[in-house]
Write a protein that binds this ligand. Structure first.
Ligand SMILES: [Zn+2]
Length: 134
């Protein structure tokens, strides 16, 4: 049994009245005869909380990447009408389509997929609009 009269790392003060000893944190009984209950057993030295607190990845910042599922082959009708091939109309259309699908990230491929509902694939109009996609 180890006991000390000075505190130190890995030692705990004996709770017995008048006892001057410090014992190892895992000790079950002091030199004075004081017994330590099981409930006062040593704390876990490598708790998950300690590890998390020093985890360099756990800095509390939100990741910048878009974590929404990617949608590149949408189904159904395009949620917004494309009025013309003019740049302003195209930008409005892209904004409207993406606003209509807030839970997914629409890829440019998805936008081109929708374009086919307005213009035939590889028509002049399709090519003009596709070139303006972000
Ligand atoms: Zn003691």
């Amino acid at each position: 049994m180890n006991s000390w009269t000075e505190k130190g790392p890995g030692r705990k003060k004996c709770p017995a009245a008048g006892c001057v000893f410090f014992v190892g944190v895992r000790a079950r009984v002091c030199a004075c005869g004081q017994a330590f209950g099981a409930a006062k057993s040593a704390p876990r030295r490598h708790s998950r909380f300690q590890k998390r607190a020093s985890d360099p990845d756990d800095n509390g910042k939100e990741p910048k990447e878009d974590r929404r599922p990617v949608l590149s082959t949408p189904s159904g009708r395009c949620p917004a009408e494309l009025e013309s091939t003019e740049p302003d109309a195209v930008q409005e259309w892209v904004t409207a389509v993406r606003a209509a699908c807030p839970k997914v990230h629409l890829t440019n491929r998805a936008l081109r997929y929708y374009l086919r509902q307005f213009f035939g694939l590889f028509t002049d109009e399709y090519t003009v609009v596709a070139a303006q996609l972000p």
